[in-house]
Design a protein around this ligand. Structure first.
Ligand SMILES: Cc1ncc(COP(=O)(O)O)c(C=O)c1O
Length: 435
């Protein structure tokens, strides 16, 4: 379909400059701190920018220690390894700390959350999602502990900057003596009320991680951090991330190491961004609210959150189409086919329409249990085993919550440099998709 010549879209012209899903927003000080690193010759993985952002982020999130790393993925790897070592002991150099162990994992997330379980030779067991926040379902998690009572580790993410049901999840993990790796890569600045107290995501797990990837709420172009109250854990991550150097005049190693430290140049960009975190959150919230208001007459909902217990950072605004307003849309492994029906639409049609006019959206992250790489791994829903449910002899069987949100949901352009006028055009295009 050519949207630019379709009558339904008469009068709308292409955006002159592409509207992004979420792109970096620079303010000027980033250059100053990068220049400072170069002028003082701290062009390395040590330097004042790293020290400063570690201090600032630890203070902001409310943890004692932050360790700057090359990526959120690096932070997640070392957090997962720390958990594995604490639970099961130190592994041989050629084996992961989770060898032969199962780990309960968020299902609707980016694969970087849970790949570290595989790096450490563990087996991810995916836990279905709930509709209230689009995060790990505590009821499905409880079910998973019934089925696999030996599991001692849970890796969970807060999707699109919306905190999950942490109070329930922490209660369940405590009851089963399980540790939590918290992936707050998308949720820096999001707050959650636990035991009557507001705390930041990135401080809720036993091991916590954030990301400064280019699309995140603040960025260094790349980078990540491990966050903790344990000096011992912080020091271990510092050691592992710098090739596991021992205290000796020569290169001496007792453990496998990694080159995962943050660059002082990248830390300069982050240092320039930190003062603008709150401003970015405000802008993202305004975008979310404008979509909510602008789309309220359509058969769609925004990505939900618990307003009493959480304050998201609104990193990405998303929408989900009501079941009876879904036009036909099927997805293969790498291609898709959708069809227009009057009064209905689909993520495929809406994403193609906004792309035709120069705006970037994205399908909801495809659930991990549906990914080819993890299709042989267990998947647990509220009912128990979530595999093998498309039963030829049971009518209407087969769709879990994660698959349903993936099927009906999409991420909208959420760039904080998008103007209200541009956003109104996106909202208009979405309306016309339903015409
Ligand atoms: C939920 C989640 N976890 C982990 C990551 C990985 O972070 P990084 O790109 O900094 O390695 C990302 C995004 O990139 C993410 O969205």
């Amino acid at each position: 379909m050519d949207f630019l010549t379709d009558n339904r879209f008469n009068g709308i012209s292409r955006f002159e400059k592409k509207l992004w899903l979420a792109s970096p927003t620079m303010h000027g000080d980033e250059q100053k701190w990068v220049d400072n690193a170069i002028q003082t010759n701290w062009v390395s993985t040590v330097g004042a920018n790293i020290d400063e952002v570690e201090k600032e982020i630890a203070a902001y999130v409310g943890v004692k220690y932050a360790v700057g790393l090359s990526a959120g993925t690096a932070a997640l790897h070392l957090a997962t390894k720390l958990a594995g070592e604490k639970l099961y002991g130190q592994a041989r150099p050629n084996a992961g700390t989770l060898a032969g162990r199962r780990v309960f994992c968020s299902d609707v997330t980016f694969d970087a959350s849970i790949n570290p379980v595989a790096y450490e030779d563990g087996e991810a067991v995916f836990i279905d999602t709930e509709y209230d926040t689009w995060n790990m379902d505590p009821i499905a998690l409880e079910k998973a502990f019934e089925i696999y009572p030996d599991v001692k580790l849970v890796v969970l993410a807060h999707l699109y900057g919306t905190p999950g049901k942490m109070e329930e999840i922490k209660r369940i993990c405590d009851a089963h003596g399980a540790l939590i790796v918290e992936d707050a890569a998308e949720s820096l600045g999001a707050k959650y009320k636990i035991n009557g107290q507001w705390v930041e995501t990135g401080s809720l797990g036993d091991y916590n991680c954030i990301s400064f990837n280019g699309n995140k709420i603040i960025t260094g172009s790349a980078g990540g951090m491990f966050l903790t109250d344990s000096l011992e854990d912080a020091n271990k991550v510092r050691k592992w991330s710098t090739q596991s150097r021992e205290a000796a005049p020569w290169y001496q190693h007792e453990e496998v190491g990694y080159n995962y430290r943050m660059s002082n140049i990248i830390a300069g960009v982050i240092r320039g961004q930190v003062p603008y975190l709150e401003e970015h959150i405000k802008q993202k919230k305004a975008i979310y609210e404008r979509y909510k208001e602008g789309l309220k007459d359509l058969p769609v909902q925004m990505n939900p959150f618990d307003a009493e217990k959480s304050e998201p950072n609104f990193w990405l605004s998303c929408m989900i189409i009501d079941k009876d307003a879904m036009a036909p849309h099927v997805r293969g492994e790498q291609d898709e086919l959708w069809q227009h029906e009057v009064g209905k639409s689909s993520p495929g049609e809406i994403l193609a329409a906004i792309a035709a006019f120069g705006a970037e959206g994205r399908p909801v992250w495809k659930p991990m249990h549906m990914q080819p790489i993890y299709r042989t791994h267990a998947f647990i829903t509220r009912e128990g085993n979530g595999r093998g449910k498309s039963n030829a002899y049971i009518a209407g069987s087969g769709v879990d919550v994660g698959a349903d949100i993936f099927r009906r949901g999409l991420c909208l352009p959420s760039d904080n440099k998008m103007t209200p006028e541009q956003q109104d055009i996106v909202i208009d295009i979405i309306h016309r998709c339903f015409n």
